[in-house]
Design a protein around this ligand. Structure first.
Ligand SMILES: [Zn+2]
Length: 305
């Protein structure tokens, strides 16, 4: 086992959802249990991060939106767009999960890599949330590292099956944060934003074609952005048996994806903060297994460094 490091979790903060709600809230605790049961990580490597502060959130979101989320003033349409009924635990969890990606970015700058065992809330815009996303954790983490560590260039590598539309909109016209999204063309959101680089794939795209596009997209991303930090959204929802994803990657294909992204970043000396992002497999243990494999591959990749 490599030197002790820190992974950040928020699964102790759960929000009350109606029965049969399609958001797999139980996924996160199961992921941490699975990692604990494996030999890859020690119990003291799992930490609860500080919640993202107002100041950290306000580098990305507008004061009016943050205030209305915090005070429970979102109207019915806004809550429907987010997909969660407003509750105080929802606010707490959203702050906590953003804090986890921020903490993972900070840790990555000293240790090479770290992860939030949740996060990847890339559908959150500056002034609104949607698609189970309230605050944009990757954007908050990128801005925090620019402010705290003086980073000039950050790349967001978004391999969730859904386009990172909120992230794309937040950083539109900002050369200091490069946004790359590789996603299903016919997956939500149905009106796409413009990332710095978008790769849209047809329904049923499988491992080989996906990896061919990913390799080129990642090369272009790193060449154009020369990042000092990458934030990797390792969504499990391109999986062939995902209820929401329209791509057809196998578990082996997703592991090759992770090995390629993480191996390339490691080889180029680029630190990476990983967020889990989506995963809605028919059998939720499949999503948990895919997320766990991402973290095992990261640990393996940085083992000797
Ligand atoms: Zn997704």
């Amino acid at each position: 086992m490599g030197a002790a490091m820190a992974l950040f979790y928020s699964d102790v903060f759960v929000l009350p959802l109606p029965a049969h709600h399609r958001f797999p809230m139980g996924k996160y605790a199961r992921l941490r249990e699975r990692l604990l049961a494996s030999d890859a990580f020690a119990p003291d490597e799992f930490r609860v991060p500080d919640a993202a502060s107002d100041a950290e959130i306000l580098r990305v979101h507008c004061p009016r939106y943050l205030g209305r989320v915090a005070r429970g003033e979102l109207d019915a349409a806004e809550q429907r767009a987010i997909g969660f009924p407003w509750s105080q635990p929802m606010v707490l969890r959203s702050r906590q999960s953003s804090g986890a990606t921020l903490a993972a970015a900070r840790e990555a700058l000293t240790r090479g890599w770290s992860a939030n065992l949740a996060g990847g809330t890339h559908h959150a815009f500056r002034d609104r949330g949607e698609g189970f996303c309230v605050f944009n954790d990757a954007a908050i983490a990128a801005r925090a590292m620019q402010a705290e560590a003086g980073l000039a260039r950050v790349a967001i590598v978004d391999c969730d099956v859904h386009q990172g539309n909120g992230t794309a909109a937040i950083f539109r016209g900002d050369d200091s944060v490069f946004t790359f999204s590789i996603h299903g063309a016919r997956n939500f959101p149905f009106t796409k934003e413009e990332s710095d680089l978008d790769i849209e794939l047809a329904d049923g795209t499988g491992d080989e074609e996906y990896l061919w596009h990913l390799e080129r997209g990642l090369d272009e991303t790193l060449e154009r952005s020369r990042p000092q930090l990458a934030i990797y959204l390792a969504g499990a929802d391109p999986y062939e048996d995902d209820r929401l994803g329209r791509l057809s990657l196998t578990k082996a294909g997703l592991a090759r994806r992770d090995r390629h992204v993480l191996g390339t970043l490691h080889a180029r000396g680029i630190p990476v903060a990983i967020a889990m992002a989506g995963g809605y497999a028919r059998d939720i243990d499949d999503s948990v297994a895919i997320h766990a494999e991402t973290l095992s591959i990261a640990r393996e990749t940085w083992r000797d460094s």
